[in-house]
Design a binder for this molecule. Structure first.
Ligand SMILES: [Zn+2]
Length: 574
């Protein structure tokens, strides 16, 4: 499959979630973040499970299926499920509530249908290819995680997915919200007739994901309870801590609109940029959220680490493709690293180099010292890291235009990537930092040997530095051991499933390059999902808006770290 075919085959709304999965995560580094680190930080809330009310809606759909005398088969569930989700998506599209943010699942195909304002909507409209729609693609797994759904298991006599007793509580709450709608009264089971426009519109006014903030939304407090307390104890705790952390961040940044890049700066540097209209927002973790804040900071560090290695890989690909015949001696690859160009990189950024200059023959220590000075790196784990230093990770990412599909292969970009990875090293240079809080250290450790863990990188880099390695020595080591070997290993592993994703391969002592695109980018940080959660669960304003103060309930979660359980899940003996 070509890159173009691959991106065509993925629904557009998954691009965010898997910007570099499948055919794209060419070094397998993104998966360390998406499969290992982020699931520990916010289990059950991922990039595409954005709207909490979908948990209510899907529990309701399953519950309604089991209420009816329908065959307990996948086909029957699918036949029941699809018309309900189709009409729900239309209903949400028609909603014009003041708190409506984002779009329902299936929007791409449904929006022209909705825009045409027909007199009715066909529940059988093919709104999505996925057999079980957004539930099957995104929500089923997380609903199991939170304990609202039990997956089909024939050995247990459960032929299709069903709601757990806890899921039933959520389903009932949603049912009570829509019980009086004409849709629920007369149309929910009629799948072969067009549902009148007004009926769908009225349904949306009660059921839309944005209406969870309405006083009538009895499922809101129950869902909040579920997210804070249900499922595996350790995961529930991690979810609680991250939601509390987000409330703290919302409170401290009130008055400034926050988006994903600002979020990255706030969690990493403890600050964002200001402008003429507003002072720079800051985020200084309180003692209560310090541990969670440390984890998120180290997550972002892994993103910078990945970005530097991915950039070296991307640059190498385009560098190789510019050579005649796309076939290059390994020795020539090594030799080319001598041209690493700190001069034009630093000049572009307006940062002074050390007086002695910086080049391939400089000692690596000189590069490290330059980064420490230009970046005002303190070497402490919990300090504020200076966003306004002459040079920062954020400025390098901006200069690289990272993730924007560059085909540039200049030696200044190699210097940028080397500087970026040196920032990671400089911040964590002292061995003892691992002992500050071992429980928060996992983002540094994850990846190990197979996926280039930071911990492993640091210990090998320290050895090299001690032995007097030059910048070129380190660049060569990273190019061959991290970029080339890793790409070959990952592309080889993908052959049986994804197909040929090789961008280059070693042939004896030569490297053959293949003319295909080489995309890189950061993973979605789940900021959008978490911000939408806070907003739709009624804990804060929308973080993208300047006004996003906490509600009294959000304030309580911020201060106490939890909300009182509703008692609705005390099901024993019921
Ligand atoms: Zn709405």
């Amino acid at each position: 499959m070509s890159l173009a075919e691959l991106s065509d085959a993925v629904p557009y709304w998954t691009e965010d979630m898997y910007p570099q999965r499948g055919g794209q995560d060419h070094l397998g580094l993104g998966s360390v973040v998406t499969d290992r680190i982020l699931p520990r930080l916010s289990p059950g809330i991922n990039v595409l499970t954005i709207h909490p009310r979908y948990w209510s809606f899907y529990a309701f759909v399953l519950s309604e299926f089991w209420k009816r005398d329908l065959p307990r088969t996948r086909a029957a569930l699918r036949a029941w499920f699809r018309p309900l989700e189709c009409i729900y998506s239309v209903a949400c599209s028609l909603c014009n509530g003041p708190n409506h943010r984002g779009a329902p699942i299936g929007t791409r195909r449904l929006s022209p249908v909705v825009a045409a304002k027909p007199t009715g909507f066909d529940p059988q409209f093919h709104y999505m290819d996925s057999a079980m729609g957004g539930y099957g693609l995104y929500y089923a797994t997380v609903m199991q995680t939170v304990g609202l759904v039990a997956p089909a298991d024939r050995r247990l006599g459960v032929p299709v997915d069903t709601v757990t007793p806890e899921g039933q509580v959520v389903a009932c709450a949603f049912r009570s919200v829509v019980a009086d709608t004409e849709y629920y009264q007369s149309w929910i089971g009629r799948h072969d007739e067009a549902v009148p426009y007004e009926v769908v519109e009225e349904y949306g006014q009660h059921a839309c994901f944005c209406r969870l903030r309405d006083p009538e939304a009895t499922d809101r407090s129950i869902l909040a309870d579920a997210f804070l307390h249900l499922g595996n104890e350790e995961e529930a705790r991690a979810r609680r801590m991250t939601l509390r952390f987000m409330c703290e961040l919302a409170a401290q940044s009130a008055g400034a609109s926050i988006d994903e890049p600002s979020f990255r700066r706030l969690i990493y540097f403890g600050a964002d940029y200001g402008n003429e209209d507003r002072p720079a927002p800051t985020f200084i973790p309180t003692d209560a959220v310090l541990s969670t804040a440390r984890r998120w900071r180290l997550y972002q560090m892994r993103e910078y680490f990945n970005a530097s290695v991915n950039e070296m890989w991307r640059r190498l690909c385009y560098w190789g493709l510019k050579k005649d015949g796309h076939l290059i001696q390994s020795a020539e690859v090594s030799a080319s690293l001598h041209s690493i160009d700190f001069m034009s990189f630093s000049a572009d950024l307006g940062v002074d180099l050390p007086e002695a200059g910086l080049s391939a023959v400089s000692s690596y220590r000189e590069l490290l010292d330059w980064v420490i000075e230009a970046g005002a790196v303190s070497g402490e784990l919990d300090d504020r890291w200076d966003l306004n230093a002459d040079l920062t990770e954020d400025r390098i990412i901006g200069w690289l235009n990272y993730g924007r599909g560059s085909t540039a292969s200049g030696a200044d970009r190699l210097a940028a990537a080397m500087t970026l990875i040196t920032f990671v090293a400089a911040r964590l240079w002292r061995d003892e930092l691992a002992l500050v809080s071992p429980a928060d250290w996992f983002p540094v450790v994850h990846g190990g040997h197979e996926r280039l863990g930071i911990q492993r990188f640091l210990s090998r880099l320290r050895d090299r530095e001690t032995n007097g390695a030059t910048v070129w020595d380190v660049a060569e080591w990273l190019t061959f051991d991290y970029v080339i070997s890793q790409h070959e290993r990952v592309a080889m592993a993908k052959l049986p499933t994804t197909g040929d994703t090789f961008r280059f391969r070693r042939e004896a002592n030569r490297l053959r390059f293949f003319p295909k695109g080489a995309q890189v980018g950061m993973n979605n940080s789940r900021f959008n999902a978490l911000a939408t959660f806070l907003f739709e669960l009624g804990w804060s304003g929308y973080l993208y808006d300047e006004y996003h103060d906490l509600t009294p309930e959000g304030q309580q979660l911020r201060l106490d770290g939890d909300l009182s359980p509703t008692g609705k899940f005390d099901l024993e003996g019921v």
